[in-house]
Every structure is written in C-alpha cells, then in structure tokens.
Write a protein that binds this ligand. Structure first.
Ligand code: UDP
Length: 333
C-alpha cells in the first residue's frame, strides 16, 4: 500500500488516480484544508482507496496510520503552497510544511518505510541565473514557500545519510490542466493561477481576468512559464516510485516541458479553446514574479524514462472542461 499525504488536493489526486490505474492500493492522509472530500469519493470509484482525515501535525495520528498498515512507500504532497501567503505568514508555512514533514518522516522511519517521493518545486531555485534551469542550478529561493521545500529536501539528504531514507524530489514548474475524463481537476479557493483565472473569468458575472504586467523583457512583454500537464506529472510520480522500488538512490528531477509560453500566448490559447474573445485588465506587475522560468527536463527523461506528452492546448482544454463542471457545482464562485 502507498501512503499519499495530500491525496485530496490538485496534484496529489491526479497521482492517486495514476497509482490506482497501475493497481496500487492507496491510503490518502489529508486534513482537507485545501483538498476536497468529493475528490476522495471520486477516487474511491477507481480502486482500493482508504482515507484518513488527518493532519501531519498530529504526531500520534500519522504514527498510528503508518504502524497499523503495510506501507511500502510514500508520496508526500501535503503542504501549503501559496507563495504570497507564505511571505505574509511564514510561521504558518514553516510549522505546517516543515514540522508536518518531520512528523511524517519519523512515523515512516519507525516503521521501516524508506522510500519517499516528494513534491518539491522550481521555487527552490529562486531567480534564474540561466534558462532552461537544470538540476545543478543553485537553490536560492526568494520566498518562504520555496524555502520550506528546500529545507525539506536538505532534511531528506541528512536522513538518507543517517537512516537510509531514499527520496526522489520532483521539482515542478507550472502545473496545469485536469484529468482528461473530467473526473478531477484544479480546485483552489482562492484561485491564484493563470489558466484557471482566465477561464473562470468567462463564466457569467465573474471577475475580469487581470494580467499582471506587460512590460517585462520578453517577446511580448509578459512573463514566460513552463506549463506541465498534471497527467504527465502524475506519470512522473509513478516512474519515480518504480525507480525507488528498483533500488534507485536518492535523487531530484525537474518536471517541465522545456518549452516556455508567455502569459499572452496562454491567454490566446484560452480564447481559442473557449471560442470567444475574453476581456482583460492589464495590471501592474505582481510582487515576486520572475521574468522567465523554463525547465531543463533532460535528467528526468534520461533517468526516469519520462517524457511529457501533452500540449498547452491539452492543458487548457481539460482545464476548461473541469471549470465548467466546477461552475455547475458552485455557481456563486
Ligand atoms: N498571472 C496573471 N494573472 C493571474 C494569475 C497569474 O497575469 O490572475 C501571471 C503571473 O503574473 C505569472 C504567470 O501568470 O506571470 C503565472 O502565474 P501563476 O500564478 O499561474 O504561477 P507562478 O509562476 O506564479 O507559480
């Protein structure tokens, strides 16, 4: 059985679905602070899923969850992930992300579970010194969120040396899209990400889409990001798990497409998918936004045998499909 912390959230739930498709039994441990019970119910239809509503800060609960079961490996997603909030309220982020992980690692090591795939981020690199960013790029995060993830990576290195914990840290770039069958998708409240915000603005009397800055030094003045499809990302987690099962050593990989798209390019694909022009309000730059972030994904391709298959258009099409489902669930938001 695989323990998936944060399995009711956006990336976690897509990874649970991938595990179920590959006949794994899954234990989801999630406090539902940002995840959704409806997502867990949907996942249960696709295989053997056990669910514990719990918080990693509850040391006893996670210890009992692991010791009472036959856990082979862990996929660890449970974390707060809003960059802006992390800077305003760092204590919330350090306690939840770092202390929560320490409790999780204690529980698994006491039960002799020594394989973990960790949801890390391109935010651990900070402002790029060069692009595309490879895994040797210095890790100098510029916000608390990125630092929590970097500290956890370092803790995992120490635990490998001392206790033999084998970890794979997957550093995501901009995750986008939804399950292609419309079963699950991105469901944040509040939503801060580009693609869902553009798409949400097209429903009824929603807020006009705000574009943060068109005076960057890029081909059209807007920031460049590397949008990686969430189903492609889920496949990478499955391959990382296989890598550890086959005796792989602790390692870390970028997950991105090696392609950059500007905000205006993304906006224009959204208009194509929605089939109409979308209103836009040009705003000043958003604090903390880096001009260009693109992944060098050569290492993940070579070592994990992973290859992203879906296009930006696929991401936006599936995201739109999901937004229509969400709009029906909750017409007010
Ligand atoms: N962005 C925007 N309007 C929004 C949300 C995002 O213009 O409502 C821009 C943002 O300034 C950045 C890009 O879209 O240049 C990607 O932002 P997102 O929050 O999706 O991901 P990030 O790169 O910050 O992790």
């Amino acid at each position: 059985m695989i323990l998936v912390t944060g399995g009711a959230g956006y990336v976690g739930s897509h990874c649970v679905l991938e595990l179920l498709k590959n006949a794994y039994d899954v234990l989801i441990f999630d406090n539902l602070s940002t995840g959704h019970i409806e997502t867990v119910k949907t996942l249960k239809k696709f295989g053997n899923v056990e669910f514990i509503k719990g918080d990693l800060l509850d040391e006893k609960l996670i210890m009992n969850a692991v010791s009472g079961r036959n856990i082979d490996a862990v996929l660890h997603f449970a974390a707060y992930s809003q960059v802006g909030e992390s800077v305003v309220n760092p204590q919330k982020y350090y306690i939840n992300n770092v202390c929560g992980t320490l409790n999780l690692l204690k529980a698994i090591l006491e039960n002799d579970v020594k394989k973990i795939v960790f949801s890390s981020t391109a935010a651990t690199y900070g402002n790029p010194k060069y692009v595309p960013i490879d895994e040797n790029h210095p890790q100098e995060p510029i916000n608390t969120y990125g630092r929590t993830k970097l500290f956890i990576e370092k803790i995992m290195d120490d635990y490998d040396k001392a206790y033999g914990l084998k970890s794979v840290r997957l550093r995501y770039f901009n995750v986008a899209g939804a399950n292609s069958d419309g079963k699950i998708g991105e469901w944040h409240d509040p939503e801060t990400h580009l693609i869902p915000n553009i798409l949400k603005s097209t429903f009824g009397n929603r807020k006009t889409f705000e574009m943060f800055g068109d005076d960057y030094e890029t081909k059209d003045g807007t920031c460049v990001r590397d949008y990686i499809n969430v189903e492609d990302l889920a496949k990478a987690h499955f391959l990382a798990l296989k890598y550890l099962e086959n005796g792989g050593n602790t390692d870390f990989f970028n997950l991105g497409t090696k392609e950059g798209n500007t905000v205006k390019e993304v906006f224009s694909v959204c208009e194509q998918v929605v089939g109409k022009s979308i209103a836009v309000d040009i705003k000043p730059r958003r604090d903390g936004d880096t001009t260009i972030l693109v992944a060098d994904n050569t290492k993940a391709k070579k070592v994990l045998g992973w290859s992203p298959e879906k296009s930006l258009h696929d991401c936006i099409e599936t995201a739109y499909n999901w937004e229509k489902i969400l709009a029906n669930k909750n017409p007010q938001k």
